[in-house]
Design a protein around this ligand. Structure first.
Ligand code: ZN
Length: 300
């Protein structure tokens, strides 16, 4: 069972679950059927974390369960609203309509994923470099355990900025609503995988796909040390931007995660919504600990 989860979990989520979502959308039976599929993905994510946890302690709630659920529901509803508003946006924004409608549907979705990945990755990087944006993004970095559900734990304004940056180029190209719905679904699955507490393996693909092995380095709590591996779907842009970092020998505990400069960041949902707009939400830095074992970079 361990071996099945270790090597089968990621292909199941990326290929079977995403494939089922694409089939649902392409069949035209109604996007409402994506909801039970998303709930299935979340259930599988939680089950896999129980079978093969990277860290036992990360399966235990840290007073964060209801808050993370609230973040997930609000952010997924925002995504749903964005997809629903796409026809209106398309009507208001003059699009070139050069979208490759004749390509196989899966290929159209893959193209959308790669284009969106660039905008989202650059916005994520900017959120670490620009103090006003970091205030919003700090909510996500306050986590002190990595498990599937905290991928959706973001300030809604931060998510909106990333989504706008990722989707606007696609809208200008004439993005169809069906592809947008598939993209939104794949983002949710990717966030489950990226923050997963499953000790899975993907071999050399760990240097190409933005999965949990590389993403844990992004959550190292010391200023500057965690400014690596910004990608959502892929690490292509991190390789090009020289922000890729990985050390196969590095192990992580809760002591490594969070924000060293903000160890007492508010934990409640509403408190996290307002914290970016309070004086205490300003950018603060903490020097790396004496022996933080920073990741060493590797070329692709
Ligand atoms: Zn970040």
């Amino acid at each position: 069972m361990h071996t099945l989860v270790r090597y089968g979990y990621v292909p199941f989520m990326l290929l079977a679950v995403n494939g089922a979502a694409l089939a649902v959308i392409a069949s035209g039976v109604g996007k409402v059927w994506l909801l039970p599929l998303l709930l299935l993905a979340i259930a599988v994510s939680f089950a896999a974390e129980r079978v093969l946890p990277y860290h036992d302690d990360w399966n235990r709630a840290h007073d964060d369960g209801p808050r993370d659920t609230a973040h997930a529901v609000v952010n997924e509803l925002l995504t749903l609203g964005g997809v629903a508003a796409l026809p209106l946006m398309a009507a208001l924004i003059p699009a070139a309509d050069v979208w490759p409608h004749r390509w196989p549907f899966a290929l159209q979705v893959l193209a959308a994923v790669l284009v969106a990945d660039l905008g989202i990755t650059l916005t994520h990087l900017a959120s670490h470099k620009i103090p006003a944006l970091w205030r919003l993004h700090a909510v996500h970095h306050s986590v002190e355990r990595a498990y599937g559900f905290n991928g959706l734990m973001k300030h809604p304004l931060h998510q909106t900025l990333e989504t706008v940056a990722g989707v606007t180029p696609l809208v200008l190209l004439g993005l169809p609503t069906t592809v947008a719905a598939a993209l939104a679904f794949t983002v949710a699955v990717q966030l489950l995988l990226q923050h997963s507490n499953v000790d899975y393996r993907v071999g050399p693909l760990r240097a190409l796909l933005a999965l949990n092995q590389a993403h844990r380095f992004h959550h190292l709590k010391w200023a500057g040390i965690g400014d690596v591996n910004f990608g959502l779907f892929t690490l292509i842009w991190d390789h090009l931007l020289r922000t890729y970092s990985y050390d196969p020998d590095r192990r992580f505990t809760s002591d490594d995660l969070g924000m060293a400069a903000k160890p007492h960041y508010p934990g409640g949902y509403l408190a996290q919504l307002v914290e970016p707009f309070r004086p205490s939400g300003a950018c603060a830095t903490a020097k790396p600990a004496p022996h933080p074992s920073p990741a060493r970079s590797q070329a692709m």
